[in-house]
Structures are given as C-alpha cells and as structure tokens.
Design a binder for this molecule. Structure first.
Ligand SMILES: C[S@@+](CC[C@H](N)C(=O)[O-])C[C@H]1O[C@@H](n2cnc3c(N)ncnc32)[C@H](O)[C@@H]1O
Length: 278
C-alpha cells in the first residue's frame, strides 16, 4: 500500500466524497424501503434496551457522533430523547436536517469530526455506529473514544459497533475482504442502487484495506454512476475492547448482531459494544 494513500487528509477526502455522492439516494431508498425501516426500528429497540440495561442514570440526552442521514438520532428523537447529531459529510447533515423537519422532530444537527468532540459531561448516551473502522488511523479511533468518554456523564453509556473481520459469511465487509468482490442491489419504488465493491489494496500487517466502489443509481433524476474509494480498518473484538479500556471504560459488554439475547452460536457478523462510564 502506497504510504501517501493513508494520510488523514486522503482518507477523509475519499470518505467525504463517497458519503456525499450517496446521501440523497440512500435517503430516498430509506423512505421507500419498508424492510430497511424495520431493521432501523429493531436497532432503535436495541439501543433503548442498552440504555435501560447498562446506564446507571436515566438516558435523556443522546449524541450520535457520525449520524449519517440520521436514522438513529432522528429515530431516538421520535421516541422522546433529546438528540444531538453530527457528521463529517455536510451533505449528510443537510439530508438529516430535512428528514428531522419532515418527521416533525427537533434534533440539533451539525457538521463535525468524530475526533474533534469538545463536549464534557453533557450526554447520558453516545452512539458511534459504523464509524470507528472508517477513521483514518488508530490514533484517531483512540482519540475519538477518549473524547466520547469525556462527553458522557457518569453512569452514561457508549454504544459503538464494528464489522467482525472473523465472520466469513455473506455480507459487504466479509465479501470484500475475503473474496475481494461484493455486489449488492437494493431497490424500492422508483429507485435502485447497485454497488460493486472490490478490494483494491490490502495491508495484511496492520489490517487495513482500501475498497473501490462503483455505485449505479437509477432514480427519479436519471441514471448516475459514481466511483469511490473507502479505507476500512479490520478491528477485532480485542482491539476495540482494549481501546475502550484505555479510553476509560471499565464496564464493557459485547452483543453480536444487535441481539439482546444472543443465540449460543451467534453469527457475530457485527459486534456491538455497550460501555459505561463510571
Ligand atoms: C457507514 S456510515 C454510518 C452512519 C450511521 N452512523 C449509521 O449507522 O447508519 C459512516 C458515516 O460516518 C461519517 N464519517 C466519516 N468520517 C467521519 C469523521 N471523521 N467524523 C464524523 N463522521 C464521519 C460519514 O459521513 C458517514 O455518514
């Protein structure tokens, strides 16, 4: 892997372009795809379960540090929480603002970097969903977790998640990493998003990869094709547990696949960590 490819600026620039290109279309799909809406509702149920089970204070104020188009932060606002969301990609923030308005909920939304959080003892829960493995390097991941710890009130919780690199079944992350290719098609009324994901470069020592994605979008505004790249870090359970502990979280529980009662042999495609600040 060419070293210049991995500077903070290069990774952030690629990520921003990718998430900007897809923002509008993913939102349209989310509005029209009933199955995706159900999945989000199940994730929101899990988050509320985590708030009730793991926080030792009542959860009212919630921060989402990479809220994307806002599925969780707006979903929780709909369920009565006081929500703040930020995202690095301004296009995603705009889409989230429009969605909050559409749904008639008040959410504080702004552009921001998950590694530049300046909050102190302000939240009862923080979400860092599908973001840690996208940050440009491990120092950033560590920095973000420390800042999240500072942002939480005592007894509050962090919920963060990663794709498990030890899962080799069907899915985007495993497909790209293990087979080098993953093709996916999602559609709803009037919109179809086809993505071709290819492994472009893999760094086997530090466990990081660049993936190349071609998105073919058929939507009301015509056919669009975007070519993007994204860097992903292959964090394992142990990496995240260690970073959480170094960041100050002593109580850490991991749930596979958003399941409040994991089966005996979980697939563990995704690992969801719930960590409490003392
Ligand atoms: C895979 S999406 C996850 C969105 C949402 N959390 C979810 O679970 O649906 C990753 C999001 O992280 C954002 N992002 C990437 N780098 C970031 C950074 N350094 N700080 C904050 N957000 C970032 C992207 O713009 C994108 O919206």
């Amino acid at each position: 892997m060419d070293r210049s490819e991995n500077t903070r600026e290069t990774v952030l620039k690629a990520s921003r372009a990718y998430y900007a290109h897809l923002a509008y279309y993913e939102d349209l799909l989310a509005q029209r795809d009933r199955r995706a809406a159900k999945t989000t509702e199940r994730e929101l149920d899990f988050l509320e379960f985590a708030f009730h089970t793991h926080a030792t204070r009542r959860v009212r104020d919630v921060l989402d540090v990479a809220c994307g188009n806002g599925p969780h932060v707006i979903g929780l606002a709909n369920r009565g929480y006081q929500c703040t969301g930020q995202d690095y990609t301004p296009e995603r923030v705009q889409i989230a603002k429009a969605r909050a308005k559409r749904e008639g909920v008040s959410v504080k939304l702004s552009q921001g970097d998950a590694t530049r959080l300046e909050y102190q003892n302000e939240f009862d829960a923080v979400l860092a969903l599908k973001i840690l493995f996208l940050l440009p390097n491990d120092d950033d991941a560590m920095k973000s977790l420390r800042q999240i710890h500072r942002a939480l009130r005592s007894g509050g919780i962090l919920v963060c998640n990663i794709y498990n690199p030890l899962y080799a079944g069907k899915g985007w992350f495993s497909g790209v990493i293990t087979k080098g290719l993953y093709v996916e098609e999602s559609h709803a009324r009037g919109i179809r998003i086809t993505t071709i994901n290819q492994l472009q470069d893999f760094e086997p020592i530090q466990g990081a990869a660049w993936e190349k994605e071609t998105s073919i979008i058929e939507a009301p505004d015509g056919i669009n094709i975007f070519r993007d790249r994204e860097r992903v870090r292959l964090f394992t359970y142990w990496d995240i547990l260690h970073y959480l502990q170094v960041a100050g979280f002593k109580e850490n529980k991991c749930y596979p696949d958003w399941k409040t009662k994991p089966p005996k042999k979980p697939k563990a495609k995704m690992l969801i960590f719930v960590s409490r600040k003392d």
